[in-house]
Ligand binder design. Structure first.
Ligand code: ZN
Length: 179
């Protein structure tokens, strides 16, 4: 099944991709090449998958648009247990900073830099984005029963003694009735 997915290229030439109308649909990222993401979490579960398209917009800005998803394992800060967090990233980026500046469009865009070879490193931008999506205080959802601390105080603190008392109270009432 993995082989059915295209491997997302690490670097692309933006002009070529735009003129070829290139599109990578649910392409997988080489797990060997996403070490920074892997190191920011306990582990990456399954594949990191991205859809990326390229276009020139009405302002003649060259855009890299896309969406990436990953399941990562984190440690819950409430209970210390591992859990899987789904990360979803959407991005629209351009390397055309100078053009945006000249056209007074700086606040309309988010920018990326081309590398020394004049290419866009897709892995870098996807990793950067996904790492920013990792919560700084990872934890299970408040009411997630999978959290080991879910309802701990509730069941051992308040409810348990009452649950013990109630049968005795019922018994006492029954005895009273019998007398
Ligand atoms: Zn938890």
């Amino acid at each position: 099944m993995d082989n059915a997915k295209v491997l997302l290229p690490r670097e692309i030439e933006l002009d070529k991709c735009i003129s070829a109308n290139a599109r990578y649909e649910s392409a997988r990222l080489d797990p060997e090449a996403i070490a920074r993401l892997t190191e920011s979490v306990v582990r990456v579960e399954g594949e990191v998958v991205a859809t990326v398209t390229f276009e020139r917009d009405l302002n003649s800005m060259r855009l890299v648009k896309g969406q990436a998803e990953a399941d990562v394992v984190l440690v819950c800060e409430r209970c210390g247990a591992e859990f899987v967090q789904h990360l979803c990233l959407e991005f629209v980026l351009t390397p055309d900073y100078e053009r945006a500046k000249a056209c007074n469009l700086l606040d309309k865009y988010e920018f990326i830099e081309c590398n020394d070879a004049g290419k866009i490193d897709l892995y870098d931008l996807i990793e950067d984005g996904l790492i920013l999506e990792v919560p700084s205080f990872p934890r299970h959802d408040e009411d997630d029963p999978a959290c080991l601390r879910h309802g701990t105080q509730w069941s051992y603190g308040d409810v348990a003694p009452e649950a013990k008392e109630n049968p005795f109270a019922a018994l006492a009432a029954l005895k009273g009735n019998l007398k």
